[in-house]
Write a protein that binds this ligand. Structure first.
Ligand code: AP5
Ligand code: MG
Length: 225
């Protein structure tokens, strides 16, 4: 099995990016980098200057400015643990970020193997986001219907408390979807043009999505060998 994949996962809010990125990072032993998780971590220390700066965007469901996101990702990709591969989740989200990522990877002499696009219907998105619960401590994702924890409100992995994300309120979900349509959707074409886009239906079960991605990755492996 080829290891060291460099992947990105794209799709609207609630498509299952975090869920699949977590599964793929465990299977292929690559690092899961979620810019949304990084921002939520920064926001835990409400007093920090950076938290004050990004809070307004995340709470409203708007995008954090490109320069700030790019700097954060640049630093993260330079760290040692990323050498054996990564999966970027929730990044890039604009053409500027996509171009910035190319430049970062060039400077590190690395390239993307695949951009996984989870094409997902509006009904699925709403259902997923309203039922999502997240562990306050380790960030693990649950869904009250599709992947409930063994004990209500408690994380199976670490025993942490589960909470509903601040931006999963209906009004903010609507805003996030608008932002996705207006600013993020165009980067699907960006990766299509690079011939590395793999589209899979995000409406499928988590297990079926994973299976399709694994099949695609094994084909890349065949091409490389
Ligand atoms: P971010 O955290 O990236 O949020 P998002 O893109 O809106 O996506 P979500 O995390 O809501 O959904 P997901 O696709 O990960 O789905 P999940 O796997 O959880 O960004 C948050 C904010 O941070 C942004 O609004 C912005 O302000 C800022 N930000 C982040 N990155 C940025 C960037 N690059 N530039 C600028 N600003 C940025 O699944 C959802 C639910 O469904 C879960 O409950 C899960 O258990 C369940 N589920 C998942 N898959 C399935 C399945 N196949 N079947 C059944 N249930 C499923
Ligand atoms: Mg996510």
């Amino acid at each position: 099995m080829k290891s060291g994949y460099n992947l990105i996962i794209l799709g609207p809010p609630g498509a299952g990016k975090g869920t699949q990125a977590d599964l793929l990072s465990r299977k292929y032993k690559i690092i899961h980098i979620s810019t949304g998780d990084m921002f939520r971590e920064i926001l835990k220390d409400n007093q920090s200057e950076l938290a004050q700066e990004i809070k307004i965007y995340v709470q409203k469901g708007e995008l954090v400015p490109d320069n700030l996101v790019l700097e954060m990702v640049r630093k993260r990709l330079q760290e040692d643990d990323v050498k054996n591969g990564f999966i970027l989740d929730g990044f890039p989200r604009t053409k500027i970020q996509a171009e910035g990522l190319d430049e970062i990877l060039d400077s590190l002499n690395r390239q993307l193997d695949l951009a996984i696009y989870l094409k997902t219907s509006y009904e699925t998105i709403l259902d997923r986001l309203t039922g999502r619960r997240v562990c306050l401590h380790c960030g693990a994702n649950y869904h009250i219907k599709y992947s409930p924890p063994k004990q209500e409100g408690i994380c199976d992995r670490c025993g942490g408390e589960l909470y509903q994300r601040e931006d999963d309120k209906e009004q903010t979900i609507r805003k996030r979807l608008e932002v996705y349509e207006a600013q993020t959707k165009e980067i699907i074409d960006y990766y299509q043009n690079k011939n590395i886009l793999f589209t899979v239906s995000g409406d499928l079960s988590a297990k079926d999505v994973l299976k399709k991605v694994e099949e695609q990755l094994s084909q890349i492996e065949t091409q490389v060998n």
